[in-house]
Design a protein around this ligand. Structure first.
Ligand SMILES: Nc1ncnc2c1ncn2[C@@H]1O[C@H](COP(=O)(O)OP(=O)(O)OP(=O)(O)O)[C@@H](O)[C@H]1O
Length: 902
């Protein structure tokens, strides 16, 4: 949802004559951020005024009150405690709002020095939007959070994408018809798009569906040359030459991102990697409908549980989890690149001990790049430094472990990926120096917040140690004073502290009265009376208080300075930290796949650029795991397809009873292709894959009522897209095309699609159908074969074998499956009866191998219907004549009859 914030704040508010100085400051800030909810820091709260207050109070269930008057009207007010900001912002973001956070930029005491009426300086420190989150509390652990920009120049479309929390930036040129494929691979949380492009209905429709929150941008922001300037500023470089060359549309998209980052981060520059240029043709294209139907990263119900990634993900770091998801979202196309990934898994597979050591080490890591991103945006704390330190230390140990494994004599050839992982993890001299410094500087478990201090180790800075000494000594002096006053007065004096009064003496009412009655009472100055307590200070205590505050403030101030120095040092080696992090993610993914391969007996696919697909004893990675967890077996199946038709058919028709496993078989083969091209081992005995350029799946669509399309219409739209876009190198699975319409229309459409796939497109394809009549196609189409899944009837029971065999099935056993599903016995018997008659009828009326002739068909003749025994019994009764006992008897009789009927 892209929530619009209604703004009722004064529009012509240039002079704010009627406003108090603080309100004028608020109104001016609001004018600069009209589209965001403004959270305005006042003391310990973020206050929200005017219509924002009304909206926020509803969205966050806050009390709506009022404070002051503007132009004769009360000003509505809501507020959230400053310490709980993240939680509230997160809720607002989830609801689709943009939130501008306006902070106090100086200590109120500073402002007071300028005069009693002066206002504390405030400014918007960031605008929080769904695509620009950086806080762990606001982000999903294993999910990417991308902001993208879509642009079109001279007929060329481009997407630029940034993940602010990890620093990943990329851009790519795309063909307009592949927009859905790219959007569904990137899954942006927020999309920037030039106003002009939104007028294109097709683009708008896709963005609405897959683009997250849309942020239309004026065309001035999509100008490529202005974009270049913004990029230079964002990266703090004088030229972009080092980044490679970008087309006008890529530059326009990158420029939109840069402008948006500048606004939302209030001018702070995150550490970003140079934009990686993605070449669409180097990847397997998977359109949105296919991705959805294959349930790669989530099920059709939107859950991770039950998806391919959930079944495969054995990574131990969140970065590794994100990388695995990214690799599955965008598998590769070049055999060399795929084989390079597979080499790594193959190398790790036999080294079980080393793998366990590596995984154990990686488990101790926190998200380094997210910590780095927060530090670069001045949002990080001491714990983020610890995360970096730990990452560098563990990285070095990982490199050493890999080095040892490389010399274990099992296989002298080191895969290129492992080699580059080791290189990235061995620290350069400045990184090693930083690690050593962080180790010396930081305490083991620093506080979360910078303001709490105490994170710098004693002994790191002599100056800090001295100030802390002073502060701690003063505390001892307070204790001494407490004891002395107690001795002098004979009263158990307690010295306490709070932020308002500083140090004070607190006594119960009774003790206070005793104190006041004494001669010594003069030195005690009354400060406050509460219900049961009275508070005093003494001049000595006030003096001591300010000394302590000064020492504590200077110690904290110095700690902050030390923090900033360390942070800048971290920032200066950001590229090396990012490279080490990326290396760990790649290692994690490879180790995870090796572990998965070991547990699920997976194999390395042979990848080349033939046009074959041969799988021996393949298994569906998700269904097989589910059945395994229930202690049930999964039946492996083979497939052999060759687009050139040399070693096998290129198109197989798959028939078989309902529930026999047709859909599972189709999807399993598509998923094994996705896994192989993502560089992962696959659940099969053997697999040979000639790389696929585009993968298409049309499997059981649901209604898309939101778009006003029926099931059948959706099915036709998706099938049309497949037939228009598939190439000889594509792989297509079509499941029960045409089932959503009248039988003959459906059969005609399915038939024509199969012919088109076979004759014109000539790609590898599996086509499941219940139209058994289509089996005769194998006589006409030379590269088409029939496969079927078998079921047997045994003692009236239907037994599914889940085994794929050559040849076609002759029956669907739909009626038996209906019975298994618990359909009432009477309906099943009746259906069986109708089926027999329809079959007899069809045999005389239809000759479907002459398909074009079958349009002269008649609807089947109505079938006479006999009453069941239960119905006859019921008809013979008059309920009014029955006693309760007789009625009960009738129920028992009916039950018996229905059981025998069923
Ligand atoms: N190879 C297999 N080994 C074991 N069980 C299987 C296998 N394939 C499928 N199954 C089981 O059979 C169920 C039905 O499979 P599936 O949905 O693929 O059948 P179908 O033939 O497509 O059915 P329909 O024609 O009704 O859509 C699955 O949920 C799974 O539990």
């Amino acid at each position: 949802m892209n929530a619009q914030v209604p703004i009722d704040s004064p529009k012509d508010a240039t002079d704010f004559a009627d406003a108090t100085p603080v309100m004028a400051q608020y109104l001016k800030t609001k004018q600069e951020h009209p589209d965001a909810l403004l959270l305005f820091r006042m003391g310990d709260f973020y206050e929200i005024f005017f219509d924002d207050a009304v909206v926020a109070s509803q969205a966050l269930s806050l009390a709506l009150t009022k404070r002051g008057v503007y132009q004769g009207k009360d000003i509505p007010l809501a507020g959230v405690p400053a310490h709980a900001l993240d939680a509230y912002v997160s809720k607002l973001i989830r609801l689709g709002f943009r939130v501008a956070v306006c902070d106090q930029l100086e200590d109120p005491a500073e402002a007071k020095k300028r005069g009693s009426k002066s206002v504390v300086k405030r400014g918007v420190v960031r605008v929080v939007t769904p695509g620009t989150l950086t806080e762990d509390t606001l982000l999903e652990d294993r999910g990417a959070n991308r902001l993208i920009a879509l642009s079109s120049r001279g007929g060329v479309m481009a997407i630029a994408s940034v993940e602010l929390s990890t620093g990943d930036v990329e851009c790519l040129e795309i063909e307009p018809e592949t927009l859905s494929s790219h959007l569904s691979a990137l899954r942006p949380s927020e999309t920037l798009v030039a106003d002009r492009l939104l007028q294109d209905e097709a683009v708008f429709g896709l963005l609405k569906q897959y683009g997250g929150v849309l942020q239309p941008q004026p065309s001035s922001l999509s100008d490529p040359s202005a974009g270049e300037q913004r990029l230079l500023y964002l990266y703090g470089v004088a030229t972009l030459d080092g980044f490679g060359s970008f087309s006008a549309s890529e530059m326009s998209a990158l420029g939109m991102l840069a402008a948006y980052i500048d606004v939302t981060q209030a001018g702070k520059r995150p550490v970003l990697k140079p934009p990686a240029k993605v070449i669409s043709h180097n990847h397997l294209a998977i359109d949105a409908a296919t991705r959805n139907s294959l349930e790669i990263d989530r099920t059709q119900q939107g859950k991770r549980e039950g998806s391919l990634i959930a079944a495969l993900d054995m990574t131990v770091t969140s970065g590794g989890g994100r990388l695995l998801a990214a690799r599955l979202a965008r598998p590769l196309f070049q055999p060399d690149a795929i084989n390079a990934r597979l080499d790594t898994v193959a190398w790790l597979l036999p080294r079980r001990d080393a793998r366990n050591d590596l995984r154990h080490l990686m488990r101790s890591l926190s998200d380094q790049v997210r910590a780095l991103s927060r530090l670069s945006l001045n949002r990080g704390g001491p714990r983020d430094l610890t995360v970096i330190q730990n990452g560098l230390t563990v990285g070095e140990t990982l490199a050493a472990t890999l080095n040892d494994a490389a010399h274990d004599g099992i296989d002298p050839v080191l895969p290129a990926e492992i080699d580059s992982v080791i290189t990235a993890l061995i620290p350069s001299p400045p990184v090693a120096a930083l690690r050593a410094r962080l180790e010396r500087a930081l305490v083991e478990e620093p506080a979360l917040s910078l303001k709490d201090g105490g994170f710098i180790r004693a002994g790191y800075s002599a100056e800090l140690d001295e100030m802390r000494g002073l502060r701690d000594d003063s505390r001892q002096i307070v204790l001494n004073l407490e004891q002395r006053l107690a001795a002098e007065t004979g009263i158990a004096i307690r010295i306490k502290f709070n932020n308002v009064l500083g140090y004070f003496i607190e006594l119960s009412q009774k003790l206070a009265e005793q104190l006041v009655a004494q001669d010594t009472a003069k030195q005690f100055i009354h400060r406050q009376s509460l219900a049961n307590q009275v508070r005093f200070v003494t001049t000595e205590l006030v003096d001591l208080d300010s000394r302590i505050q000064r020492a504590a403030a200077s110690a904290l101030g110095l700690e902050m300075e030390l923090f900033e120095t360390l942070r800048d040092e971290v920032r200066s080696v950001a590229p090396q930290i990012q490279a080490a992090h990326d290396a760990i993610c790649a290692l994690d993914v490879a180790c995870a796949n090796a572990c998965w391969a070991e547990e699920f007996d997976a194999t390395r696919p042979v990848i080349d650029d033939t046009q074959r697909l041969e799988i021996s004893r393949g298994r569906h990675p998700v269904v097989c795991a589910v059945l395994k967890s229930q202690g049930k077996p999964f039946t492996p199946n083979d497939v052999a397809l060759d687009a050139e038709g040399a070693i096998s058919a290129r198109l197989s028709l798959v028939t078989g009873p309902n529930m026999a496993g047709k859909s599972t078989f189709l999807r399993q083969n598509a998923l094994l292709i996705v896994m192989s091209q993502a560089g992962l081992f696959v659940p099969a005995k053997a697999m040979h894959l000639g790389v696929v350029d585009r993968l298409f799946s049309r499997v059981g669509a649901g209604d898309d009522l939101a778009q006003g399309r029926s099931t059948f219409m959706m099915e036709m739209v998706e099938t049309a897209a497949i037939l228009q876009q598939a190439t000889t190198r594509s792989f297509v699975i079509l499941d029960e095309i045409g089932r959503g319409t009248a039988t003959y229309d459906g059969l005609a459409i399915a038939w024509a699609c199969a012919e088109d796939l076979h004759d014109r497109i000539q790609c590898r394809a599996l086509f499941a159908t219940h139209y058994h009549e289509m089996a005769v196609l194998d006589k006409r189409l030379k590269a088409l074969s029939n496969l079927s899944l078998q079921a047997r009837e045994h003692n009236g029971e239907l037994i599914f074998l889940h085994e794929v065999r050559a040849g076609s099935a002759d029956r669907s056993y739909g009626v038996q499956v209906a019975r298994l599903a618990g359909m009432p016995g009477g309906v099943v018997t009746r259906a069986r009866d109708i089926l027999t008659r329809l079959e007899e009828d069809n045999q005389t009326k239809l000759r479907l191998d002459d398909l074009p002739l079958f349009s002269h068909t008649r609807a089947p003749a109505p079938v006479s219907r006999e009453h069941s025994k239960a119905e006859t019994l019921l008809k013979s009764l008059n309920p009014d004549d029955l006693s309760p006992k007789e009625a009960l008897e009738v129920i028992y009789n009916l039950h018996k009859l229905v059981k025998t009927d069923g």
